[in-house]
Design a protein around this ligand. Sequence first.
Ligand code: AMP
Ligand code: MN
Ligand code: MN
Length: 326
Amino acid sequence: MDKALAQKVIDRLSSAKSPALFTHLRPDGDAFGSLMGLAHTLKDRGQNPTLHVEGGMIPMYRFLPGSDLIQDIPDQLPPRSDAFVVLDTSTRERVGKKTADWKQPVDLVIDHHISNPGFGILNLIVPEIPATAGVLFRLFEMAGWKISPATATCLYAGLSTDTGSFRYRGTDAQTLRIAASLVELGANPSEVAKHCYLSITPERYQLKKLTVETLSLKDNKKSGFLTILPEFYSKSGAKSEDTEGIIEEVTSIQGLEVASLFEFIQDGGLRVSLRSKGRVDVNAIASSFGGGGHRAAAGIRFPQDGEKNRDLVLAAISQAIAKLKD
Ligand code: AMP
Ligand code: MN
Ligand code: MN
């Protein structure tokens, strides 16, 4: 982490009395964990942050301390806010529809996505740490700010979920050192795991079952894709956030290099998730279609032409796999 840049970020955060904190739409554990971890720390320092997420809190992460602090995105940037801060978000568009027309520039971006162009005035983007929660931990440590058990729990949840429980490629000694420090500071790994991995609702399980049945293997069984159709939601009673994690079922197949999930949206759009075991750079594939993410996990959102775009993405995956030397 660039120390001079990190110091500027610390100074900018310290100078804000009422920073407005945002993250990405379809928020995950790192989005909520980072947002709430930063909020607890700023509050402990006497600041008054507001927290905004498109759609508000989702049930799965309600166990995190301070979940009642989360609000939906307001029509305009809160008038009293003196810093517009965005966490764990690779592009300005992914903050949410409402914020797209706001004239105010983003003051501060803290993130770990390699595809992040740096859309703020000040940008701390650290791809070598596998979660924004981990970037925040290092930042608080540098600043000498006290990390409470509440902050530690939120940051640990972000780090654990973004590394697939410390299984993905980005997990290194530093990741585990940060996790160990967070546990020493009060995070409880089994409690976080219970809520994040062992609390699937029957509706979510039903959606997973319907989706897994659509599996299609391609490219000599080196790639596989799943499909979610709009009616899967009415059939299962699940919500859109319940898709998180389903793709891992495909990634776990032996010999497979790339897994993809295509979610056809009612309005004709398409949401794509891509995962790689490491040899194929799925961020490069996603970026070529206007999406982004990381080398091993990336996504794309197409507003229309779902089927045509699915075929284009599948062709790009086949091409990338064909280039691998076995
Ligand atoms: P997902 O498949 O939705 O879990 O996303 C995997 C990774 O790709 C995450 O790190 C996302 O932040 C990123 N990502 C997903 N969708 C997009 C998109 N449309 N544009 C840029 N990045 C994305
Ligand atoms: Mn995220
Ligand atoms: Mn993240």
